[in-house]
Design a protein around this ligand. Structure first.
Ligand code: ZN
Length: 319
């Protein structure tokens, strides 16, 4: 009878920050490894924005899987999970940090011995930079809803890895347009393969979508040799591949309240000229309709009704 090698797991506090009037805040890492490591090290980071919680759930599910490997599955590589990379923000459900509302995901690679935010960024970066492949999980902010998707720098190897997740969309960006100070940009400069997963909405949990991401990450880890399984896995691939030329942005034509057409949901196919909704102004008693710019897949949709002129309402990748 086949007996899978034991998986050793360890929870470790890798960094801690003194807070003015509180106990220190701690960055936790969960490590999983077999007795004899023959596969690569992979890292999952979640919660860089303190109002995004899907990644924490996904890390929990991955940890549970690794602690209870089903028959036929073997761990070959090393897995590090950081389920809560921004403990200063998540505990109060705040996207940004501290007095000055700084964005941790614009602070990388961080500074050892710098400000609290810079130290925290440096600690997270030191964890992530060890990875063969790093998955950085985000939800959207509280204004938008995103179908499960992955964003990568426009490099063939990264596109191939992103496809292995089997999410709805792979969105590639040329590295010079990647936002400076993000973990992904800092890791790209160190040639660490980084997949930025995005799903759902801030301050919400999307369990079904999160389960898809869990399955996608396990699939990726099998392809990387982190996990071994004695059955054949299905080939996963993204439904859509977006780049900087085939994504169309829907913007609010005026300030007011957004009302969507009945039944319209993120993840739907839309046709050029199809009415998607309207923005009404209760004070000026005006309205302005919104139409789909092209035939395509609606992968982002606003869920917060308040808009200013030009606010992002949705994104469509052309079919
Ligand atoms: Zn985020």
């Amino acid at each position: 009878m086949f007996v899978a090698p034991k998986v050793f797991s360890q929870q470790e506090a890798v960094f801690s920050l003194e807070l003015p009037l509180q106990l220190p805040c701690t960055l936790w890492r969960h490590r999983f490894a077999p007795a004899t490591v023959t596969g690569p090290l992979v890292v999952v980071i979640s919660g860089l924005h303190g109002d995004e919680f899907d990644g924490g759930y996904i890390c929990y599910r991955l940890a549970h899987f690794l602690q209870n490997l089903p028959p036929g599955w073997t761990l070959r590589g090393t897995v590090h999970l950081l389920p809560n990379a921004n403990p200063l923000g998540t505990n109060i459900s705040r996207r940004f940090l501290g007095f000055n509302q700084s964005d941790l995901n614009r602070s990388f690679p961080g500074v050892a011995g710098g400000s609290s935010e810079e130290q925290l960024a440096w600690a997270v970066y030191q964890e992530a930079v060890q990875a063969e492949v790093c998955v950085d999980i985000h939800s959207s902010n509280e204004f938008l809803m995103e179908v499960p998707q992955v964003r990568v720098a426009d490099r063939p190897r990264l596109k191939n890895l992103a496809q292995e997740l089997g999410l709805d969309l792979v969105w590639t960006h040329s590295p010079q347009h990647w936002i400076g100070g993000t973990l992904a940009q800092a890791l790209f400069e160190r040639q660490v393969h980084t997949l930025v997963v995005e799903l759902g909405t801030g301050r919400r949990l999307h369990q079904l979508w999160s389960e898809r991401v869990v399955q996608g990450i396990l699939h990726l880890w099998v392809r990387l040799g982190v996990l071994q399984v004695n059955t054949t896995l299905p080939i996963l691939s993204a439904s859509y591949v977006a780049d900087e030329n085939n994504v169309f942005y829907l913007s609010a034509p005026q300030a007011g309240l957004l009302t969507l057409e009945s039944g319209l949901q993120v993840g739907m196919h839309v046709q050029a000229g199809q009415k998607l909704g309207q923005v009404i102004s209760p004070t000026q008693l005006t309205q302005a309709a919104l139409y789909a710019p092209v035939d395509g897949f609606l992968f982002t949709l606003r869920v917060h009704p308040l808009v200013y002129e030009g606010s992002l309402v949705g994104r469509v990748v052309r079919e």
